[in-house]
Ligand binder design. Sequence first.
Ligand code: MRU
Length: 327
Amino acid sequence: MPDLTPERIIRLEDDAVVILDQRRLPDAEVELRAGSATEVAEAIAVLAIRGAPAIGVAAAYGLALAARRGEDLDAAAAALAASRPTAVNLRWALEAMREDPSPERARALHEREIERCRLMAEHGADLLEESARDGARVRVLTHCNTGVLATGGVGTALGAIREAWERGLVEHVWVDETRPLLQGARLTAWELETLGIPFSVVVDAAAASLMAGGEADVVLTGADRIAANGDVANKIGTYGLAITAAHHSLPFVVVAPTSTLDPRTRTGEEIPIEERDPSEVSTRFAARNPAFDVTPSELIRAIVTEEGVHRPPYTASLPVSSGAAAP
Ligand code: MRU
């Protein structure tokens, strides 16, 4: 049985940040030892560890390691901050670490993310309980990976699905494969299999026909950055899912911690979207590889944070001040 504990996903040891290398999953469980801030930044850039909260935790451990090694902290923080541009958790974690780059501080930040996940799972499951009409169990469609691997805690959207499953509210999970790096088909499927939750992997393009056929009740995703107006950047394909859900009058719900809220970004237009190497899409032909897209807030039925369920208008309902707060 695979080990899904937070320490297995990422931990700080005396001389390294130890990461379960997500590029190798589900075929092999291999640990990667990053021995400097630069190596942690590289692990983030190549997606050995990924998912917005998890890369925030990785950056925090990376800076603590740099401090212990006597590295130049400005250079270490700059390398970590440059590793991926979209998830605001990275910037947030580095800012939170600068005044006290100690291992204790980094572990406290990780603990706090674990607690946020636990609370989000409760609130998200409460919401699913409301949408489970006439006591019927829900069929949830999800995108990318938003579980233990993406957070170092129980997860965001997947944490809510897990909690709802434990409450007997979930019938089935449709797992978008999530082109081009298959975070759904490899990572979400692996987590759901480990947890014993019934699921099927589907190609990303199957979502519309599943909804048209009445086979999905709700779409749940995570987020990499939420602007002050409630626009959400998340894995490429999320925007299309939100449009499709709206067309079929299905709720599209985002689950994310306040460390993913960015009050300094007013709207989604200001969110930097990572462009990855086109070779991840095609090694033979010309390609483009935007890794995220922005879903406008008007398509989002609710945003769940650890503070509760927030509904439109998000400028009024989101707890925007907490995102910048210390862990
Ligand atoms: O490129 P990735 O795998 O880091 O993208 C991750 C996502 O888009 C997740 O949905 C997001 O980080 C939320 S995870 C809790």
